[in-house]
Design a protein around this ligand. Structure first.
Ligand code: GLU
Length: 502
């Protein structure tokens, strides 16, 4: 590749960050890493009506959480700043003018009322080749009328003059040759009445100014591509146009249509990377992070939505992805989102991580549940014992709470029907003899005593587990006892025997 690789993630800060957005950021990031390139975050905030307080910081936080930090961004500018389009406002007007002078764009003075009237008059009205000559614009007014209107500062926009009966071709790295007939493209507004560019003008001007080499973005932007291609051409920049790559859609679990936030609400899974609080209503939308996903698992899952390395391998670390990522293996077809599969990734990641790596997150979920960890070493042992049983991070609370506090409740229904005074005596005797030097010899002692007292060891194991844990779950019961220690195990036996006797 002769051109230096520079890619950009260009979100509009309008609210929560959809997982499709994170995947776009991720593929940009991976492509940059793989090619020694630069990953740019450009904030596309030219639509002041859609601006949402806090949304930019939130996007940055999401990227940081995922470990895909941009090389250049508003807070870490490189040589191509500013990185917020609103701060680049003065740079767009001259290109709109250039397009007008070259006959590729025109002023449009139609008022909102006039446009409304047209919409009522013409079904499915589009401002374009079929209608533009019936509107109030610099194509239909005389030069002096236009000059007068401009001099009087009459509100106006600048529109692209889409050519008639042309076919716009371009090559997409994922889709191959793509073409659009210009008859279906309307005369998009390029510059708004407030002097701000629209997305279409800004994206082209900025991709050029920032020397973007490859533009990865979601398939939902494909219909905009012909407008951008025309602009690259009309501005005389065709040679610098980035290579295009429109990423496959992320689909609803049933494969019918694009996954939306509403599908998440309806089906009970997150769609945003992190919790998003709407600053106006205070409503919180749950994110993968807060639901208990590890960033490594989230990123791994996202990478495999539309990409694979040609083998059955499904588990990849970010570093491995940086090495193995290739555009050739991105599929054209939409990728169905499957929350069960997402949880599977998380489970696999939790299992594969060291206790030390998991400890800070586990501590946090325990703390939220009111459990303060005093001893790091103890926590690490606990984590290693139970991590295989945890799918989401909060599962650590239910799976490990009993290591920190004696059960407050017991699954008495599983014990009481078969509980006898003889069993109570057995446990009292067993408690007296406890040594707990190691799990295996304690189990031998337990079984020997059971047989001596005429029990099948099997019928005593479940009560013992419920005494220590509260329920029918957890790792080996003798392992639990060893970790709890003689004093604690004795105390739990005594307390539970009382409950079962009563
Ligand atoms: N601002 C667009 C968005 O919100 C960016 C699309 C593009 O990458 O061209 O996703």
């Amino acid at each position: 590749m002769d051109k230096k690789v520079r890619v950009r993630f260009a979100p509009s800060p309008t609210g929560g960050l959809h997982l499709g957005g994170v995947r776009t950021a991720l593929f940009n990031y991976l492509f940059a890493k793989k090619n020694n390139g630069t990953f740019v975050l450009r904030v596309e905030d030219t639509d002041q009506n859609r601006f949402v307080e806090g949304a930019e910081q939130y996007i940055v936080d999401c990227l940081n959480w995922c470990g895909i930090t941009p090389d250049e961004s508003p807070s870490n500018p490189g040589a191509y700043g500013p990185y917020r389009q609103s701060e680049r406002k003065p740079s767009y007007g001259k290109f709109a003018e250039q397009l007008i002078n070259d006959g590729y764009a025109y002023y449009a003075f139609d008022t909102p009322e006039e446009l409304d009237a047209k919409r009522k008059e013409i079904p499915n009205f589009q401002y374009g080749q079929a209608t533009r000559m019936g509107m109030r614009n610099s194509l239909t007014l005389t030069l002096s009328e236009v000059e007068e209107l401009l001099a009087a500062k009459t509100p106006h926009v600048v529109r692209l003059k889409v050519p008639e009966e042309e076919i716009v071709h371009f090559y997409d790295l994922i889709r191959g040759d793509v073409s659009f007939e210009t008859s279906i493209v309307d005369d998009k507004v390029l510059l708004k009445a407030d002097g701000m560019p629209t997305y279409h003008l800004a994206v082209v001007v900025d991709d050029k100014a920032m020397e973007i080499s490859h533009a990865f973005r979601g398939e939902e932007w494909l219909p905009s591509a012909p407008i951008h291609i025309l602009l690259w051409k009309y501005l005389g920049w065709e040679a610098d146009m980035p290579a295009w790559a429109h990423l496959p859609l992320i689909l609803k679990p049933d494969g019918h249509g694009k996954l939306s936030k509403r599908d998440g609400d309806r089906l009970g899974f997150p769609v945003y990377a992190m919790n998003w609080t709407d600053p106006k209503t205070g409503d919180v939308t749950k994110g993968f992070k807060e639901m208990g996903f590890m960033p490594e698992a989230f990123v791994n899952m996202l990478a495999l939505l539309g990409w694979n390395n040609g083998t059955d391998q499904e588990l990849f670390s970010l570093m491995e992805l940086e090495e193995k990522f290739s555009i050739e293996r991105i599929s054209k077809a939409g990728a169905k989102f499957d929350f069960e599969k997402a949880k599977w990734y998380n489970h696999e990641w939790i299992k594969s991580q060291s206790a030390e790596r998991l400890a800070p997150s586990v501590k946090m979920v325990l703390q939220k549940a009111g459990i303060e960890v005093q001893n790091e070493n103890f926590l690490n042992i606990v984590i290693n014992m139970i991590k295989d049983r945890c799918t989401l991070l909060p599962d650590f609370v239910a799976q490990s709470g009993y290591f920190f506090t004696s059960p407050a409740e017991y699954d008495v229904n599983s014990v009481k029907p078969k509980w006898t005074l003889e069993k109570a005596e057995f446990f009292n005797a067993f408690a007296e003899k406890l040594t707990l030097t190691d799990a295996a010899s304690e189990e031998v002692a337990f079984k020997a005593l059971a047989e001596e007292k005429g029990f099948k060891p099997g019928e005593l194991m479940l009560p013992f587990r419920i005494m220590l844990v509260g329920g029918k779950f957890g790792p080996g019961v003798f392992d639990i006892a060893v970790l709890l220690g003689v004093e604690e195990t004795k105390a739990r036996i005594a307390k539970a025997v009382n409950v079962f006797n009563s």
